[in-house]
Every structure is written in structure tokens, then in C-alpha cells.
Design a protein around this ligand. Structure first.
Ligand SMILES: C[S@@+](CC[C@H](N)C(=O)[O-])C[C@H]1O[C@@H](n2cnc3c(N)ncnc32)[C@H](O)[C@@H]1O
Length: 506
């Protein structure tokens, strides 16, 4: 039995019982060593740390570590709902009615805390127990909890107030829950009925209203009013079509990277003018073709503004290992199965001349009017400062501002240096003049731009008092160069710095 929506007195009782089960309380019960070990998928230290006689300890043992607890421990940890109520909700299975009888969790249930544009959130998220709890490979209809990709997408999502939002492939509902904080209405879709049950349960606990719909890709919303925001952490994992279990949570059933391609190409059909779609995805790097060309073709077919950031690249072997382990297949547990699946993965990649796989963020936007103006495909594999959502929103606004400015208008702008920007000067020991000057962004994508002396001088003078054109004039006098030449050199660089958030309109 999968949990579903909860209402009324039972919901109130469950919320009250779970109130002490917070991220901070779990960390306190586990301590830093067991917490760190859990992050490495090792539960022995946590089993030693979590005392079943302590209410939070019992909840950690049952719902995070997946071990049996005596009925009386769960009754004490959930005093209003009790083990009976938890069983009726589909959260646990009890071996019997005696207080010594063992109760085993049927779900993973853990506190989740985050900070988004609307402030702090503290929720509980239920999903299927992972490999750490079951000690086995995942079931193919496994419903994921909140993972690294989930938080990446949640943090890059632009959290402007929205009318209608779609979370495609909602899983446990985490993107939809965040979206509900800044959207009037949220539709959450999935091909998995079980996932929708978890999403509805989690939404009840969080007090969020979701319109939960079953169906594949855009089918459940094709005839809807358009959306102002679409978020999707889709099942983007490139998986051989044969010789492999197909995990619903990561494999959309299409060859290669076609699921991501189809989503990029088609999502515009459900976007309102000005509406934004933010997706995660994998894409293949085919021999002899730059990834930007391949993903660029999808973007062009979409007819939308597009900004694609490649964050990671793996070679085919690394990729196969990552996803084999993710499904719970290990060389130790099943050497023959591991080798066969590994082979199937490499065969699949070889059949399409795939040399590597990129992972990244895709932002698409339906222009409010006219043709697309934004087409940016870039690689940023270094550290970024999450949450990036507000930075991305500012970058979109800067792009739109710059689109409306010719060079004369740009020269008339008064700019200031963003507070996170620092200047680095690299000097050969003993020399006075720097060989390299870097402008470095501490926030956002953490970009670094190499600046010539004139550009560094211009940026240094951007304090909001003088217009860009006036500063260029002053720098031209200082360096004794023709103003027109210097302006032609510097204005495109100023455009880039405004677009990327180094310089802000005063
Ligand atoms: C990687 S999980 C993402 C879950 C959640 N949104 C998150 O961010 O953690 C992908 C979800 O897509 C669902 N899914 C798989 N194939 C789908 C399809 N064709 N259409 C819609 N959803 C699909 C899976 O059941 C799964 O819940």
C-alpha cells in the first residue's frame, strides 16, 4: 500500500507527532560522524547512535535506516497516531498487535529543510526506502526521495510569483511543493501512480494544494491553459534499451537522450508568453560533433529563448558505473549481472558513437512577443553559489534590458560594480605592473573574466556617478588612445559584464 492524501484529524495528529522529527533533531541524534557515514550510504554508525527508546531515535531507525522497531517504540514516538494509525496510512507494516511485536517501515520518511525565496521551509518527505534501508537493488517502480538532482533543480528555479506551474515527473513532489509557495496553482504529473500517491501524501503534510495528474510527458496538460513555469527533473538517464531493468524514476523509455530532446523541443507548447521552463538533463556527446551543436539543434527546434549550462561531463564508463551503482547493482553482490549490464551500456553508447555524456541545466522561455533573442549554450563545470535562482532571474532581466539598448544607449547607462565582484592582480614577483587582471564573481556561477588595463580601469570607475561613455572618454585620455576605438573595444565587454551580473545598472 502506498500512502496518499491525508486529511482532517489524522493529518493534524500526524503533523503534531512528527513535529519533533526535524533535520536538526536528527543531526543531534546521529552526531557528525554517523551523519557523514549516512551520506556515504553507510548505516552502521547511525544504528549505534539512534536509540530506539528516544522518540526521534526510533523514527530514525524505522523511517531512515529501515530497521524493525518494537511496536511500543513507535507508539511512543507517534503518540497520537500510534503504530496502528501509521499502518492505516501505509507507512508501516506490523508483525502483530503486541507491544513487543516488530514494526517495519514501508516508506522512507524524513524531515527536509530548505530556504527558498519565500523563506525557510520545514517539511517531511515520504518516498520508497532506498538501497541502504532494504539492502537490495531498487524495485523498478521505486519512487525517489529528495536527492542531489532534486535540490539542484529546486535551487536553480527562478522563484518569481507565478500563476500556473507544472511539475512534470513530480516523484515525491518536492519541486511541486516549492512551486506551490510562489504559484497560484500547481499541476504535478507522473507516469507512476505510486509517485503521485507519495506526492499527495507529502503535499498534505506540507499543507500545499497540488493538482495531481497521471500521464506521460505533456499528455496530462496538453489541453490545459498554458503555464507560466514548468519545472522538471525528468527521467533523463541514458539507458540501453535491452539487458537492463528499466527504473521508472530515471528511464523515460526512449533511446539515448531522446526524452530530454523531446522535452526541450515540445515544452513550448504548454508555455504561456514569457513563461519559463527549467529542466535538468543529460545529452550525448557524439564523435565529431560539439555538444552545443547537438543541443543547439533542439533549442532551435523549440523556437524558445534558451540558456543551457553544462555542469558535468562523464565518459561512457564513468556514466555506466554511476547509474549501475545508483540502481543498487554492485560488482560485489552480482559480478555477472554487473559485467553484463556494464557491457550493454558500453554497446549502447558505441552504437551511436557516444564519447561522453553531459549533464546540465536547461532554461527555456517563450518570448513575450516576437522571435527568440536568447541563445546561450555554455560550460560551467566549476563550483557555483547555490541557490542560483535569483541570479538566473537577474541574468534574464539583464539580457532583456540589453536587448533594448543600442551602443549609444549602453554608453548612456550609469553602472555600479556588483558587491560580490573582486579584482585579482597577478604580478611577476618584483614587478609593478600586473601580467593578468581578473574580475571574479563570488556569487552566481562564480565567473572570472580576464580584463585588460582599460576594462579594469573602466570597471573600477563604475560607481554610478558617470555614464559608461563618459568613463570610456576618461580612460581614452588616460591611455592616449582614440575614444571611438576604445569604445568599440570596450562596449561589447561591458555588455557581457552587465549580462553576467558583474556590473549593475545604477
Ligand atoms: C528523477 S525523478 C524526479 C522526481 C522529482 N521531481 C525530483 O525532482 O526529485 C523523475 C520522475 O519522472 C517520472 N517519469 C518517468 N517517466 C515519465 C514520463 N514519461 N512522463 C512523466 N513522468 C515520468 C518518474 O516516475 C519519476 O517520478
Amino acid at each position: 500500500m502506498t500512502p496518499g492524501p491525508v486529511t482532517g484529524a489524522l493529518l493534524e495528529a500526524l503533523r503534531a507527532d512528527l513535529a519533533p522529527f526535524t533535520v536538526a533533531a536528527v543531526e543531534e541524534v546521529l552526531g557528525p560522524v554517523a551523519s557523514a557515514a549516512l551520506h556515504r550510504e553507510q548505516r552502521v554508525p547511525a544504528l549505534r547512535a539512534a536509540d530506539p527508546a528516544d522518540p526521534v531515535g526510533a523514527l530514525v531507525r524505522a523511517f531512515v535506516l529501515g530497521v524493525e522497531v518494537p511496536r511500543r517504540a513507535l507508539d511512543a514516538a507517534l503518540p497520537r497516531v500510534g503504530a496502528d494509525g501509521a499502518e492505516r496510512l501505509g507507512l508501516v507494516v506490523a508483525a502483530g498487535a503486541d507491544h513487543h511485536d516488530a514494526v517495519r517501515a514501508h516508506v522512507d520518511l524524513r524531515p527536509y529543510s530548505a530556504h527558498d525565496a519565500a523563506g525557510a521551509v520545514d517539511w517531511w518527505i515520504a518516498s520508497d526506502p532506498g538501497e541502504l534501508a532494504t539492502g537490495d537493488a531498487l524495485r523498478t517502480d521505486h519512487v525517489l526521495g529528495v536527492g542531489g538532482a532534486s535540490t539542484t533543480l529546486a535551487q536553480v528555479t527562478v522563484r518569481d510569483p507565478r500563476g500556473r506551474t507544472l511539475d512534470l515527473g513530480t516523484g515525491c513532489g518536492i519541486q511541486a511543493l516549492h512551486a506551490a509557495r510562489h504559484s497560484d496553482a500547481v499541476v504535478a504529473t507522473d507516469v507512476s501512480h505510486r509517485a503521485l500517491g507519495f506526492a499527495a501524501f507529502n503535499a498534505s503534510l506540507a499543507g500545499a494544494r497540488l493538482d495531481v495528474r497521471h500521464g506521460s510527458m505533456l499528455d496530462p496538460v496538453r489541453d490545459d491553459e498554458p503555464f507560466d513555469l514548468v519545472v522538471s527533473n525528468p527521467p533523463f538517464v541514458i539507458t540501453p534499451r535491452r539487458g537492463m531493468p528499466t527504473y521508472e524514476y530515471r528511464d523515460g523509455g526512449r533511446a539515448g537522450d531522446h526524452l530530454v530532446r523531446d522535452l526541450v523541443v515540445d515544452v513550448g507548447a504548454v508555455l504561456a508568453p514569457g513563461g519559463v521552463a527549467q529542466l535538468l538533463g543529460n545529452w550525448e556527446h557524439r564523435r565529431g560533433q560539439d555538444w552545443r551543436e547537438r543541443v543547439g539543434e533542439w533549442v532551435d527546434a523549440s523556437g524558445l529563448d534558451a540558456w543551457v549550462v553544462q555542469r558535468e561531463v562523464q565518459d561512457p564508463a564513468e556514466y555506466a558505473e554511476t547509474w549501475l551503482r545508483d540502481g543498487g547493482t554492485t560488482a560485489e553482490r552480482d559480478p555477472a549481472g554487473w559485467a553484463a549490464a556494464y557491457d550493454a551500456w558500453l554497446d549502447d553508447f558505441a552504437a551511436r558513437d557516444v564519447e561522453a555524456v553531459g549533464f546540465g541545466l536547461v532554461l527555456l522561455r517563450r518570448p513575450s512577443s516576437g522571435a527568440p533573442t536568447l541563445r546561450r549554450l555554455e560550460e560551467r563545470t566549476g563550483a557555483v553559489r547555490q541557490p542560483l535562482g535569483a541570479h538566473i532571474a537577474r541574468a534574464l532581466a539583464a539580457h532583456d534590458l540589453l536587448e533594448g539598448l543600442d551602443d549609444d544607449a549602453l554608453a548612456g547607462l550609469r553602472l555600479t560594480v556588483a558587491p560580490d565582484v573582486t579584482e585579482e592582480r597577478h604580478l611577476v614577483p618584483g614587478s609593478v605592473d600586473p601580467t593578468v587582471v581578473l574580475l571574479r564573481q563570488g556569487d552566481g556561477f562564480g565567473r572570472a573574466v580576464q580584463a585588460g588595463t582599460a576594462l579594469a580601469g573602466l570597471v573600477g570607475a563604475c560607481d554610478g556617478e558617470l555614464a559608461v561613455g563618459q568613463i570610456v572618454g576618461g580612460v581614452a585620455v588616460l591611455f592616449d588612445v582614440p575614444v571611438a576605438e576604445l569604445r568599440a573595444e570596450l562596449l561589447p565587454q561591458v555588455r557581457d559584464l552587465v549580462r553576467d551580473g558583474f556590473l549593475l545598472p545604477a
